[in-house]
Design a protein around this ligand. Structure first.
Ligand code: SF4
Length: 390
């Protein structure tokens, strides 16, 4: 299920990516003037990709306040006060890839494990006891152990406990996604990591993930198979983050037109310490990350924006009212972490927000948001009805 790209696997987005040209996008971002930012913020209706370049530019860093006002208003209009909470469930840290930034990378000497059978249920019970209804299954990429039949069995065991089950696993072909949909799959998350082809090659030297093209076509394959929610993003810190974010926005824009049956979300993973530590090439400050969140919200009022526990409590508390719609809480990033405790040596990356789900929910409540553990769509409907009646 991790075949090399065939004719049908070549991403339709690749022509768009190549035409925009990395260096030219970088030049245009750098050349943005304050008047361009003003125009992008004030524009009514859908912003263009050119507006996005202005919103992520260094020039826009002086406009965070008006951007925050616009982003918060857009978010309340579309999403009300609901904040979806979810947790990742790591089932395997076995991986055939070498990724320079990841604690599960093949060459890192850690104990490897894959949960199966009852071990999945024990872990799921521990997570369900925390109140979660939405889970994201995470694995490395070791298809000899973690293949589509394994993932289907895992979803079967999770389904009695959770109503929304997403996967963040190796890219699959269309048949693979279709098979998982039959078992109750809700969403697929796949980050391109970076849209800069040469930098991608440098950070993914060995293993199936070395194929930039197969990964780039993954959201399209998932959408064609019928997956209704698809998560995108890049790993902030691998490359020039403003340009990488611009390519995420271009990809989102293209997918929303070409693969319009699916809904999309954007995540903002920043490089975090891990067992095989290597510092980021590019520092992304809290202000930079805030600017990206605001830019995506203004660019696309419909898209879900996700913030994980990689980020600090202080940052999450600040940003949660300004555009974010979905947060993880109480996360463990090692297989068996909920039932057996977090073991630092087995983590994929370090958690920064270590608060319990109840503590995160209480924080959201204090900020006037409605933490939602269950039934996202019903929460939207309730909020929409409340807004309509005021
Ligand atoms: S990022 Fe994913 S594919 Fe790469 S080493 Fe880590 S688990 Fe494996």
């Amino acid at each position: 299920m991790t075949a090399r790209p065939g004719a049908r696997d070549v991403s339709g987005f690749e022509a768009v990516r190549a035409a925009w040209r990395w260096d030219e996008v970088t030049r245009r971002i750098e050349a943005t003037r304050p008047a361009d930012v003003d125009r992008a913020i004030a524009r009514s209706g859908r912003r263009s990709p050119d507006d996005f370049l202005a919103l992520v530019s260094p020039a826009a860093a002086a406009f965070l306040e008006p951007m925050a006002v616009e982003a918060a208003a857009q978010t309340r209009r579309r999403f009300g006060h609901a904040m979806q909470l979810y947790a990742p469930i790591y089932l395997s840290n076995e991986c055939n890839n070498v990724c320079t930034y990841c604690g599960f990378s093949r060459e890192i000497p850690i104990a490897r494990t894959t949960l199966d059978g009852e071990a999945i249920e024990i872990e799921a019970d521990a997570l369900a006891a925390l109140g979660f209804d939405h889970v994201l299954v995470v694995t490395g990429e070791a298809p000899e152990r973690v293949d589509v039949p394994y993932l289907a069995r895992a979803i079967d065991r999770l389904r009695p406990r959770f109503s929304q089950i997403g996967v963040e696993v190796q890219p699959l072909d269309e048949d693979g996604y279709a098979a998982l949909l039959d078992h109750g799959l809700s969403s697929v998350t796949v980050y391109q990591e970076t849209y800069h082809r040469e930098t991608y090659r440098e950070h993914h030297p060995k293993g199936p993930k070395a194929s930039f093209d197969y990964r780039l076509g993954t959201p399209e394959r998932a959408s064609r198979a019928g997956v209704s929610r698809i998560g995108l993003g890049c790993l902030l810190g691998l490359e020039a983050f403003r340009t990488d974010a611009a390519f995420v926005a271009l990809h989102l824009d293209w997918l929303e037109r070409a693969c319009w049956r699916s809904r999309y979300s954007i995540s903002f993973p920043r490089l975090r310490p891990h067992a095989g530590e290597r510092p980021p090439k590019v520092e992304v400050s809290d202000r930079d990350l805030l600017q990206l969140v605001l830019a995506f919200r203004i660019f696309d009022p419909e898209v879900e924006l996700v913030l994980s526990t990689r980020e600090s409590p202080r940052f999450r508390d600040h940003v949660c009212t300004l555009g974010i719609t979905t947060m993880s809480a109480g996360s463990r990033t090692n297989p068996g972490g909920y039932s057996g405790g977090q073991r630092a040596s087995l983590e994929q990356f370090s958690i920064h927000d270590e608060r319990t789900p109840a503590q995160v929910a209480a924080m959201l409540d204090r900020r006037g948001l409605q933490p939602v553990f269950k039934d996202w769509d019903a929460a939207y409907d309730r909020d929409a009805a409340r807004i309509a009646s005021t």
